[in-house]
Design a protein around this ligand. Sequence first.
Ligand code: SF4
Length: 224
Amino acid sequence: MNRYKINEVFQSIQGEGALTGVPSIFVRIQGCPVGCPWCDTKHTWDINPDDERSADDVMAEQGESSHWFQSSFDELMALFAREGYTAKNVILTGGEPCMFDLTELSSQLIARGYGVSIETSGTFEVLTHPDTWVTVSPKVNMKGGYDILDSALARANEIKHPVAMERHVDELKALLTRLPEGAAPLIYLQPISQQARATELAIKHCIENNWRLSLQTHKFIGIE
Ligand code: SF4
């Protein structure tokens, strides 16, 4: 029986990409070695044994924390029930959830009637149930030194590329040449940190290339 290291669990509305607006339970898995400088979840990077807490302690915390708890699938289902969650979509996020094999967890969730989506940087192989919606948000040339994997690009249902400068668009175009024949993921540009210049740039390139714009709508309306 697998156990997962979880930083936080909460219910909200997906604010980004193709599933924007979908009520979802977010399961944030601890651990990420990718090292993006603008990362807004740096507290998830390290899996420090001293930061392990009980699920109750972690769920009672307010705000960001590097604390995490271990959970089996059954314990996670019990937590969903205790919290009274009603959303039927589960988003496995991080951190970098694809550091771990998520096949069993995603399969168990799907067997219980949940939709499952994963948000990954594309730097690890995506091991998940075939019906999982996979969002690859490629993190190119980050200080962790991980390359974007062809297998992750090929598995993507959507590619949601963070942009702030022209070179980020060039990086995306280079990645798209690596897609296998017939692959047609949805392509989104997402301005980094809601900067006005990044948003302008994203709009321009979305229109030019018939890509889609992803705004982190949850940040505009002040929800998690
Ligand atoms: S891959 Fe995601 S969690 Fe990891 S450093 Fe980059 S933005 Fe942060």
